[in-house]
Ligand binder design. Sequence first.
Ligand SMILES: C[S@@+](CC[C@H](N)C(=O)[O-])C[C@H]1O[C@@H](n2cnc3c(N)ncnc32)[C@H](O)[C@@H]1O
Length: 191
Amino acid sequence: MPDPAYWETFFDPHCILSRLGCDGSRRNVVEFGCGYGTFTISAAKIARGTVFAFDIEPEMVELTQARADAQGLSNVAVSVRDCCENGTELDDQSIDFVMLFNILHIEQSLELLREASRILSSSGVIGVIHWRSDISTPRGPSVEIRPSLETVRDLGDSVGLDSSDLIELDCCSWHWGLTLRRQSFRKARSP
Ligand SMILES: C[S@@+](CC[C@H](N)C(=O)[O-])C[C@H]1O[C@@H](n2cnc3c(N)ncnc32)[C@H](O)[C@@H]1O
C-alpha cells in the first residue's frame, strides 16, 4: 500500500460506509484486513458497539490501534490475525456490519466470505468495495486479479449470501460497491 496520507486521498470513508448501510443502527462491526484503519476509525465513530479490526501485518494493527487511541475511541479491538487461515473466532451471527474493503483480490477470498457469512447477524450486511477494472486507476492490485462484481456475487451465493445490485460510489470514483446479506431460510435450503 502507498503511504497512509496518499491512500486516504482515494476515499471518503464516512460516505462509503453510509452508502453501504453502516449507520448508527449497527452494533458490532468487523473489518477484515484493516490496513491503516482508514475505515475502521470511521466505523468506530458510527457504530454503537465494538469495531473488531484484523490484519495479518503487525504494523497495520499497531497503526490502527494508535489512531484509535489518539482519537479516544475505546470501541476498537484490533488484532494481528490471518483471517483466511484462522477466521475471526467471533461468535456465529454476532456482527451487524462486515467490511471487505480492497481485500477480495487475495487468493483465499472465498474463505473470507465464508467467515463473514458465519458471523453475520440475520439482519446484518456485508459491504464490499474494490478497485474498478473498467477504467485506469491510480493504485490497486493488477487488473488480472481484481475481483469483478459478478465474481463476488457468485462466491457469496456459494456461501449462502444474497447480493445487491452494483452500488455506484459517487464519493469514491475509482471503486465499485456491493452489499451481501444472509439468504432467506427458504432460499438457502432450496436446491
Ligand atoms: C489493500 S489493504 C486494504 C486495507 C483497508 N481495508 C482499506 O481499504 O483501507 C489490504 C489489507 O489486508 C491485509 N490482509 C491480507 N490478507 C489478509 C489475511 N489473510 N488476513 C488478514 N488481513 C489480511 C493486508 O495486510 C492489508 O493491510
